[in-house]
Structure formats: structure tokens, C-alpha cells
Design a protein around this ligand. Structure first.
Ligand SMILES: C[S@@+](CC[C@H](N)C(=O)[O-])C[C@H]1O[C@@H](n2cnc3c(N)ncnc32)[C@H](O)[C@@H]1O
Length: 209
């Protein structure tokens, strides 16, 4: 960071102290629901790293790798992992993953897909690095969802539902955007059997190699 933070650094800081804190229960529910106990897992667009960290926490046989384009986010991820040895963060574009074919048992992307400039390339790359039968879970917040009980950590009244839902309206995916993402996934090497399902305030696409 220079003397004055730039826009990307500021938005990473805002995410680290905002959603990165109040989505903690959501990260835990995602990790518990995915329920993987061993093997290599890839967190695409890991941001402050929480999905990778929760997938790896208490599961020594998991090797979690979080990738992101943003140095500032990766710096937060590194400090959030508090020295856990089974979590690694690397600067990497999801359209050019450096790992060999069939490296990962599972991949997940939470609230990242709405940033992807080339989603077709991301699906193709994640497909390449998954083992046969491996799943790619793509989560996006549903702007039409109510705030489910227990999914947001609050300090007193903060954050109020209206702020959380405003974030989903701004950064989530409405029906049309999710349908478009699903079309891209179905046209990718994953093929047409993409499953769409609600999970908490998210909707997720589950793509199976
Ligand atoms: C809103 S953050 C979400 C972070 C985290 N998954 C979470 O749920 O807390 C989205 C992240 O996706 C990353 N991202 C966007 N496009 C990417 C790409 N092509 N490859 C890797 N990371 C990407 C951004 O840098 C950003 O950190």
C-alpha cells in the first residue's frame, strides 16, 4: 500500500471489516454444507479467504487453496488464516489456473462470479483442474431473498437487514444474470447438467465434472 490507499485497496478494506465479518455464519454454513473432509479444494476469488479457511478448519486432511487477483485481499486472507498450515493463498487469475489437470476434488466460488470478465474461461479452467466427479459450487447472493435467521453476525443492530439486502441488490445476481451465468456454465465443458438450488440467502450453481 502507498501513502494513500487506492480504490481497490479501499474496497478490499471495506470488505474485510464489513461483509468479511458479518458473513461469518454464512461461510460456516457453506463449509458445513459442502462437507468435504479430505483432499484438495480450490476457492476461486477467495477475497479475505474465509471460505477456504472454514473449509480447512478442523480438517487436517484438507489442503485448501484460495486464489484471487487482488494483492490487498490476499494480504487480508494471509492474516485471517492465522498460520493454519493447510490453507494456501496465491495470486492467480481464475481464467489461467497454474495447477495441472485433475488437481482438486472440489472447487467453490462465493460472491465472485459477478466480477468475472470471462466466465466461460473460468468454467473451462475449473473443469480442467477438477478430478472426474468433482463439483464446482458457484454461490451468488439472491437480491430477492429475506435475511435468513442466523446467517448474518450482528454487533448490536449492525448491519441492519436493509443494508445487507442493499449489498445483495448491488453485488448479487438477479434472475436474469443468474440465468445467463447458468447458460455459460451449461455451454462449458461441464455440460448441461448444472443444478441450481437455494442455500440461505444465496443461490448456487452446482457443476459436476
Ligand atoms: C466480493 S469478493 C468475494 C470474496 C470471498 N469469496 C467471499 O465470499 O468473502 C470477490 C473476489 O473475486 C475476485 N476475483 C474476481 N475476478 C477474479 C478472477 N478472474 N480470478 C481470481 N479472482 C477474481 C476479486 O478480486 C474479489 O476479491
Amino acid at each position: 500500500m502507498g501513502l494513500l490507499p487506492n480504490r481497490r485497496e479501499l474496497s478490499a478494506l471495506a470488505y474485510q471489516v464489513g461483509p468479511g465479518r458479518y458473513y461469518q455464519p454464512a461461510y460456516r454454513f457453506i463449509a458445513a454444507d459442502i462437507g468435504v473432509e479430505r483432499g484438495s479444494v480450490l476457492d476461486v476469488g477467495t477475497g479475505p479467504g474465509w471460505v477456504a479457511i472454514h473449509l480447512a478448519a478442523g480438517r487436517p486432511e484438507i489442503d485448501a487453496v484460495g486464489i484471487d487477483l487482488c494483492d490487498t485481499m490476499l494480504g487480508y486472507a494471509e492474516s485471517n488464516k492465522k498460520g493454519r498450515l493447510n490453507v494456501t493463498f496465491r495470486k492467480m487469475d481464475a481464467t489461467r489456473i497454474v495447477y495441472p489437470e485433475r488437481t482438486f476434488e472440489l472447487a467453490v466460488a462465493v460472491q465472485s462470479a459477478h466480477h468475472w470478465r470471462d466466465p466461460a474461461a473460468v468454467f473451462a479452467e475449473v473443469h480442467r483442474v477438477l478430478v472426474e466427479g468433482g463439483k464446482f459450487y458457484v454461490y451468488e447472493a439472491n437480491p430477492a431473498a429475506e435475511v435468513p435467521e442466523g446467517w448474518i453476525a450482528r454487533q448490536g443492530p449492525f448491519p441492519p437487514d436493509r443494508l445487507v439486502r442493499r449489498q445483495w441488490a448491488k453485488y448479487g445476481m438477479d434472475d436474469a444474470r443468474l440465468a445467463e451465468l447458468r447458460r455459460v456454465a451449461e455451454a462449458s465443458p461441464f455440460g448441461p447438467d448444472v443444478v441450481e438450488e437455494p442455500h440461505g440467502f444465496y443461490r448456487r450453481l452446482v457443476c459436476t465434472r
